[in-house]
Design a protein around this ligand. Sequence first.
Ligand code: ADP
Length: 513
Amino acid sequence: MKKTAAAALTLILSVMLVIAGCGNGDGNSKGNNKGNENLSKDNETSKVEGVSGASEASYTPYDQLKDKYDIIIIGSGGAGMSAALEAKEKGLNPVIFEKMPVVGGNTNKSSSGMNASETKFQKEQNIKDSNDLFYEESLKGGHGTNNKEMLRFFVDNSAGAIEWLDSIGIRLNNITITGGMNEKRTHRPEDGSAVGQYLVKGLVKNLQDKGIPLFVSADVKEITEQDGKINGVKVLFNQADEKNITSNAVIVTTGGFGANMDMITEVRPDLAGYVTTNQIGSTGDGIKMIEKVGGTTVDMDQIQVHPTVQQEKSYLIGEAVRGEGALLISSEGKRFTNEMNTRDKVTAAINTLPEKAAILIFDSGVKTRVKAIEQYEKMGFVIQGDTIEALAKEINVPAAQLQTSLDTWNSAVKNKKDAEFGRTTGMDNDLSGAPYYAIKIGPGIHYTMGGVVINTNTEVLNKEGTAIPGLFAAGEVAGGLHGQNRIGGNSVAEIIIFGRQAGIKAAEFVASQ
Ligand code: ADP
């Protein structure tokens, strides 16, 4: 394709994106997922302070491409955009290359929120939390296998990340809880809507305000070296034009490999046939490119299966639905697990049911508190009944049993004791406000915990544990932080905390050259 044709294509795509509101949003905690068909009108039009102009996003035209930048950032999810903003803040000229025609990656699909401890918003709301508790609960969730240095850095910088976002117009002051946590630390947008689209819009707006170039349909194929030093990338623009672009540092923020079934089944043959909530661009490119220049990986077989995925559309139903009170029931109308257990345990419980699927049940109160449910409704996932009996009929479960399950649950909420399954969170409100609702779900591939090995400076390490000069990585592409199981809400925190760190450390590296 000729340059002019490529530029025209980029322009057309940009205009399409402006119309589409620049996102796809379904949700998942960094609840990953995809597609413009998932766009939430509510998020588009919601008047959230500080980000109202973000939907006018357009991307940098191809004819503005330069041969050299201070820092090249590969991938435009939350990690890449945070890195770009911090590098710019340090006075450098970063660029972002995104292979898809839209920004935001799986970050767009995140729904539940961003975990953080000792935040100003928690304090305002009298939520008593501590970084130590956040550390311990994340470590327990990861079965003690998390990289402890990374985890310590993560919790200690979580409140700072919430404040940084607030300072750039991205306010996450509505706090809920996710599975495996004992304290409310999952920060969401003020109106309780899914975090991903809100975050992406806000970050894009900041990139635009600061004049940071962002090229879409810019597929990075290789990280290049000269004289043993990282010196840039090879990029394929608009599937046609290959170029070498040089830089003093490269930050890899390409996300995970949750949409690459070959990579998944190579390490986890048992997951063949599972649906995935991941956007199609999550193909593990960054991992492969980093391995080629000497990097190494950790925990590659630790793949998170999310328990509540709408199977026909592979669409993640965020954990906030349970966090705000929903139950999981079997086709017999019975509860079968502590719904607020960690994702691996809830998934295992669903897989013991004969149909390996279950039904989320909630009332109008949950629906009001979790804005994302409006999106699920628009997508046709939500079944409604004016009474429990009517709902039971709609979802084909025994009405008397469903009524008994809800009555037992409502007394458990009242007495603050779930004698059946020992649930202790997501019990602030009972399920007694008609109408009642149901969403049918089953497990789906959601998140790849493994990835490249980095240190807390986000430097990519080689097999000997030495930093590869000029090469940084952050976000889902990196492994170690979550160990064997990621807690919902921790990946959005990871991309902001380590994304910022990558921008700062790459800028320091460049300045020291
Ligand atoms: P994170 O949550 O770690 O920020 P995301 O999945 O949100 O990760 O974003 C990663 C982004 O990187 C996605 O938009 C994806 O399309 C993009 N990406 C993946 N591989 C490449 C590549 N080879 N070149 C450019 N962009 C890439």
